[in-house]
Design a protein around this ligand. Structure first.
Ligand code: ZN
Length: 107
């Protein structure tokens, strides 16, 4: 997290304080010595239900849209729409129901 005062990226977490489902982080800017706190929290959205970073991010509905490709969009356009990489779009094209089952079992 960058410094709110000077926007420096050289910040340090001085201490952490867990509160229920979040973690409060006490930070210090190494450039201007400003102190600030951040809150780290797990996101629970339909699009990305707590999946690890770098894993497949599109939900079954989005995969279906890409497979159908009603508006004849290019892979590049799909990648822009869903804010994912082109590789993810290619994966979505070959997405099948069996993958969804596999994922449900592993959760
Ligand atoms: Zn600063």
């Amino acid at each position: 997290m960058y410094c709110p005062k000077c926007h420096s990226k050289k910040t340090k977490v001085v201490s952490t304080d867990p509160i229920k489902d979040k973690v409060k982080r006490y930070c210090k800017c190494l450039d201007c010595t400003a102190r600030f706190t951040t809150v780290e929290k797990h996101l629970e959205t339909a699009e990305n239900p707590g999946k690890p970073k770098g894993s497949f991010v599109l939900n079954p509905y989005q995969c279906k849209m890409i497979k159908k490709n009603k508006y004849m969009l290019s892979r590049y356009e799909w990648a822009t729409i869903y804010n994912v990489s082109k590789t993810t779009v290619i994966k979505a094209e070959s997405w099948t129901k069996s993958e969804k089952i596999k994922r449900t079992l592993s959760n």
